[in-house]
Design a protein around this ligand. Structure first.
Ligand code: ADP
Length: 262
């Protein structure tokens, strides 16, 4: 059985003042196995975030259903951890308190909360920053806290929506390596939305390409590169071949979007 199943999941939004509805996502079907690292690539506005929000239970599909370990998703849940592009930490809480947030909600004893938080603080390389507040941290560090906060709840699946999109290239590359090492260590299942082709290839074992708006899954590309992945992979011939294929796909879809907008 798949860890996550999307069965004809589609989403339309009502039109403004009686106008035509907006189709954000055409019915899409996808099976995600345990320990898959799936990147979702597509032009902007094609429904990537909509799909992720539906899996997170932050939005409901207009058609179809989402099953997690065979159970229908009906709302948000701790077994799905989400990291967004914009910094979503609570500014009035320290690093440690932010990471403990979900654990406290669950009612875990304080000593256990502290132990779990400390483990993930170390894993994301933030030892020494436990008592800092978000505004005292760089963007990359804030995203590491967000990642630690999601992982602390021990989710079955991690949902990441352009989590490194606001970071400079160097920090972004380091964050990709950090996430990959965490994924390999904890054997998590990951759905990762990005519009960066290099990022989509470097991290994934499967890359899903969306069509132009209104989006649907256009094709899937198996990323046949061995793990663990080292940054030098980005200069290998196979990486370039995969990049050429995806660049062609995304260009075709982006052109369609541009024509629609004209
Ligand atoms: P992506 O993440 O691929 O950039 P989104 O999933 O954010 O795309 O959006 C897909 C489409 O759905 C866009 O045309 C967007 O304007 C529309 N959309 C998203 N959310 C809403 C909403 N709450 N109400 C109306 N339209 C929406």
């Amino acid at each position: 059985m798949s860890r996550l199943s999307l069965r004809g999941v589609g989403r339309s939004f009502d039109g403004v003042r009686g106008g035509a509805p907006t189709v954000a996502l055409q019915p899409s079907t996808l099976d995600v196995a345990s320990n898959d690292f799936i990147t979702i690539l597509g032009p902007s506005g094609c429904g990537k975030s909509t799909l992720l929000r539906i899996v997170a239970g932050l939005d409901a599909p207009s058609t179809g259903e989402v099953l997690l370990d065979g159970e229908a998703v009906r709302g948000p849940g701790a077994e799905r951890g989400m990291v967004f592009q914009s910094y979503t930490l609570f500014p009035w809480l320290t690093v440690r308190e932010n990471i403990c947030f979900g654990l406290r909600e669950k009612g875990l004893p304080a000593a256990q909360q502290a132990e779990i938080a400390q483990r993930f603080i170390a894993e994301v390389g933030l030892a020494g920053f436990e008592s800092h507040h978000p505004k005292q941290l760089s963007g990359g560090m804030q995203q590491r806290v967000a990642l630690a906060r999601a992982l602390a709840n021990d989710p079955k699946i991690l949902l990441l929506d352009e989590p490194f999109g606001a970071l400079d290239n160097q920090t972004r590359a380091l964050m990709q390596e950090l996430l990959l090492s965490i994924w390999e260590l904890h054997k998590k299942t990951v759905l990762f939305v990005t519009h960066d082709i290099d990022e989509a290839i470097f991290m994934a074992n499967r890359c899903i390409v969306f069509s132009a708006r209104p989006g649907r899954i256009k094709r899937e590309l198996a990323i046949d590169l061995a793990y663990p992945r080292h940054y030098t992979l980005k200069t290998t011939p196979r990486f370039s071949e995969l990049k050429a294929q995806l660049t062609e796909d995304i260009r075709t879809e982006s052109l369609k979007t541009a024509q629609m907008e004209r």
